[in-house]
Design a protein around this ligand. Structure first.
Ligand code: HAX
Length: 435
């Protein structure tokens, strides 16, 4: 058994009594009340999910297993001479809560190498799809097509104890994670590079191999590692993470759950916002005939968008109330590698004008940029200009968090989700009764 699986198994055994004790001895203690506004308004702020993989503070931003983004980037092992750590080490951290050693990272990389061959039928499915299929549809379909490989589904049919659900879920998760960079790069090269597929290189790490298969030179490998880590997890309540958890809670295997979470990520208010940001900026560039707009001109574009009833993509958040640290980490990357890029100048100009305008507009609770405001510009700079592909990149990263959560969901025996709904008339009765 690998060190990762052994460590995880030990941690699960240690953790289970905590969950059992909370349920048995404190199960009736309250952590949340729900208002009518929350029931109608997307359950904002209702505390009714549990995860130990990451926690999102409205002001500070995300912590992965207790570590801030700068701490994660600093503490995890990295390839020589680069800034972003190995994704393999980050996966080890999310699953176990421990910072791995170099040799533990290498073991995870070897595990992925053993598991990364994508069955030919997946490529056949992708090749059979219409040329104008959205890359997110292709990504979701490719993942779903592999459901028949599920070790959990086979084990469940054969009759296994709840105590070992996590084991085959772990195997499924590693099998799927190993293949995602291959599938993502295949979709990109098939759709936008005349099907000129670049074979995988077994000597490269997860992020480095993805950059290689995309056909993009350094430092795109470093960017890929950074990008996948930043997009991995944002606690459990966002649409993609929650969808993965919800579908998995019915004991659907990770192929069903991950494909479903990709479908949620594809919404423009969620992951697709990274595509929308670039689309919006391209519109501005077209309108300006390529010239970088003045501050006043940019303000006008922002107001025109708001006045036409649209949102400013890349701004606002359901939980955060400050600039997203994932935005800041990507901005730091831009300042280092592409400070003079014209599109980065647009993005910077937006940062100067949008928060004040959103405050004046008076609707958004958070006027600050989120992760999606900055991510497309970097991809554009390195030649990935097909912005409908950007959310696939997000999806590869998000799978890391969703799959880590699914393994722990199974280990701790989290129940099938089934919140209760009321009718509008019941709400009206409650209001009348309160009066
Ligand atoms: N531009 C214009 N209006 C905005 C806005 C923005 N960027 N952000 C919020 N608002 C509006 C909302 O549409 C809402 O309007 P109505 O009252 O008319 O419905 C009002 O402000 C209150 O919204 P909120 O409470 O501040 O925000 P929500 O929790 O409802 O929604 C969203 C959070 C992220 C969906 C929202 O801020 C938004 O639509 N942002 C733009 C799209 C975007 O960038 N999405 C990506 C978010 C990060 C992410 O998940 N990445 O994957």
């Amino acid at each position: 058994m690998s060190t990762l699986k052994q460590t995880l198994s030990k941690k699960i055994d240690e953790w289970r009594p905590r969950t059992t004790k909370l349920l048995k001895e404190h199960g009736t203690e309250k952590i949340s009340d729900v208002t009518i506004a929350q029931a109608i308004g997307g359950m904002r702020g209702v505390k009714c999910l549990v995860t130990d993989i990451s926690y999102l503070d409205p002001i500070e931003g995300i912590r992965f297993r207790g570590y801030t983004i700068p701490e994660v980037l600093e503490k995890l092992p990295r390839p020589p001479g680069v800034e972003a750590p190995y994704v393999e080490g980050f996966i080890y951290l999310l699953l176990t809560g421990d910072i791995p050693s170099d040799s533990e990272v290498k073991e995870v990389a070897d595990e992925f190498n053993k598991r990364k061959t994508v069955p030919q039928y997946v490529f056949d499915v992708l090749n059979a799809m219409p040329d104008d299929s959205h890359p997110m549809v292709m990504f979701s379909a490719a993942i779903l097509s592999m459901q028949k490989e599920s070790e959990f589904a086979a084990a469940y049919k054969s009759g296994i104890s709840k105590m070992v659900y996590w084991d085959s879920t772990y195997e499924d998760s590693l099998n799927l994670l190993a293949k995602l960079p291959e599938i993502g790069a295949y979709i990109y090269r098939k759709k936008y590079k005349n099907g000129d597929i670049i074979p995988s290189d077994p000597n490269l790490d997860w992020g480095g191999n993805f950059a290689h298969m995309m056909g993009i030179d350094k430092p795109y490998d470093d960017l890929s590692r950074l990008y996948f880590i930043l997009h991995s997890d944002h606690e459990s309540g966002n649409v993609s993470a929650h969808t993965g958890h919800l579908v998995g809670s019915a004991l659907s295997d990770v192929y069903y759950a991950t494909s479903a979470m990709i479908n949620g990520l594809a919404g423009p208010l969620h992951g697709l916002a990274n595509e929308m940001v670039l689309r919006w900026i391209q519109d501005v560039i077209e309108n300006m005939g390529g010239k970088v707009p003045s501050t006043e001109e940019m303000k006008k574009f922002v107001w025109d968008t708001l006045n036409s009833g649209q949102v400013i993509p890349g701004y606002g958040h359901a939980v955060l109330r400050k600039t997203d640290p994932r935005y800041t980490a990507q901005r730091d990357f831009c300042l280092k590698y592409l400070p003079d890029d014209p599109i980065f100048k647009y993005v910077s100009l937006l940062y100067d004008v949008v928060p004040d305008i959103l405050r004046e507009h008076g609707k958004a609770k958070n006027p600050w940029p989120n992760v999606d405001a900055q991510s497309g510009v970097i991809q554009w700079f390195y030649g990935v200009r097909e912005y409908d592909f950007y959310t696939v990149l997000f999806g590869i990263g998000r799978s890391i968090g969703v799959l880590s959560n699914l393994i722990w969901d199974r280990a701790l025996g989290y129940a099938i989700e089934r919140p209760k709904s009321l009718t509008t008339a019941m709400l009206e009765d409650i209001v009348a009764g309160a009066k």
